[in-house]
Design a protein around this ligand. Structure first.
Ligand code: SAM
Length: 394
């Protein structure tokens, strides 16, 4: 996800329809806060702001992706990202019987389009392409966009309501999904970590702090291991652990690719990252206040890839590689795929150059974004890690 970081005072103003929608989401959250006794744990606030049925940012109908939305993701830049992934996914599918692709959180469907078209050209289409999308609104948009592509390629595309009942052979993909999982926020106060909550403050919301960490041993371990100082504020994503466990059970044989922005734990909890990694995206502007514009802005946090790797290993998956998006896409031949084609005019060449820059420049998505692969009985090594594998840093 890419947008420019600015101060909140310079944020664009919502139009009347967006303001009304946000007011309805805020009313829903106020009720939740009242029912919780005045303070709602932040992960529940984030869940409501993003996913409350019919209201949350992902559950309702705002544009979200691309130039007219709030942010741009790698597949939204153009087809090259999907074409590179096809070079990794295709051979895995070809090595398995009745192989399936399961894509989590398919957004606008852009990755599915470019991946299916590239796999078709490689003659490595899966038996089935499944999508597990939490947002009913996005599911509908995906269906409209993908059904013609499925017909054109004679491919069966299926939208799942939950993890598959029978374990599958194939590839599981999640691009920029884990950063959208609700997180627990904590702060060190009086020499111990306390949980962030959200309370009502006039017409808006304010932070509050819940002394009781409950049985949250992970946050306590992070506090101790990284010797976090007074005032240090950050996040822990408990849901990614449960999600990795469910993925591991859903995979009989094959590969999982998780692509997202994030770092290993030692970098995540660096002393200088003392305000944490929560980021909001609104009309291509990034800022740090998730308590404004509920339901009409995206709220995300960076992924702790060490924790994700641990969760995968504990669930029986093997970590097959971890590297930057830049190294991964270059390893899969991005530059070859981007080389000018005989029919390309100047406009197309400029477009492709901009796409390549967006994907791999360190100032854009190249370094902040990482690729982590897990496997179960998978053939090794994977092509994308041949230039550089940073698994040792996890
Ligand atoms: C930032 S968007 C990324 C969309 C797309 N993968 C892309 O790269 O453009 C996050 C997506 O994940 C979906 N999502 C969030 N949590 C999910 C979950 N637990 N299961 C499935 N999809 C989820 C959202 O609805 C949305 O489609």
């Amino acid at each position: 996800m890419h947008s420019s970081q600015i101060t909140e005072s310079k944020l664009g103003q919502p139009d009347t329809a967006a303001s009304h929608h946000s007011a309805a989401v805020a009313a829903f959250i106020r009720e939740r806060i009242d029912s919780a006794g005045g303070v709602l744990p932040f992960d529940e606030y984030m869940e409501a702001a993003l996913y409350a049925p019919g209201l949350g940012y992902y559950a309702a109908g705002s544009r979200k992706f691309g130039p007219g939305g709030d942010f741009v993701t790698a597949p939204e830049l153009g087809p090259l990202f999907g074409q590179c992934l096809a070079r990794e996914v295709g051979p895995v599918l070809a090595s398995l019987k009745e192989a399936c692709v399961l894509e989590f959180g398919a957004g606008s469907g852009a990755l599915a389009v470019s991946l299916i078209e590239a796999l078709s050209r490689l003659d490595q289409l899966p038996e089935r392409y499944c999508i597990l999308e939490i947002s009913p609104d996005l599911r509908e948009r995906q269906r409209k966009r993908l059904e013609p592509i499925a017909n054109q390629h004679g491919l069966d595309i299926e939208w799942l309501e939950r993890m598959p009942d029978a374990p599958l052979e194939g590839v599981i993909l999640a691009n920029e999904v884990v950063d959208a999982f609700p997180v627990t926020r904590f702060r060190v106060r009086n020499e111990k970590p306390v949980r962030a909550g959200v309370c009502i403050n006039g017409d808006g919301f304010a932070w509050d702090w819940i002394d009781d960490l409950g049985d949250d041993q992970s946050t306590m371990n992070i506090f101790c291991q990284y010797q976090l100082k007074e005032g240090y504020t950050s996040e822990v994503c408990h849901r990614s652990k449960a999600w990795m466990g469910a993925l591991a059970s859903a995979l009989q044989r094959g590969v999982v690719l998780v692509i997202d922005y994030g770092f290993p734990a030692a970098e995540y909890y660096l002393p200088e990252r003392s305000e944490g990694t929560l980021r909001c995206h609104y009309l291509h502007q990034a800022h740090n206040d998730p308590l404004i514009y509920p339901g009409i802005q995206d709220v995300t946090s960076h992924v702790n890839f060490s924790a994700l790797a641990d969760a995968g290993r504990e669930s029986g998956l093997e970590v097959l590689g971890y590297t930057s998006q830049e190294a991964y896409l270059l390893g899969l031949g991005l530059l070859e795929l981007a080389s000018p084609q005989p029919n390309d005019d100047e406009k197309q060449m400029l477009k492709t150059a901009a796409e390549v820059k967006g994907l791999i420049l360190p100032s854009q998505m190249g370094e902040a974004f990482k690729v982590m692969a897990f496997g179960k009985q998978a053939d090794k090594p994977l092509q994308g890690f041949k230039l550089r594998d940073r698994s040792g840093s996890l």
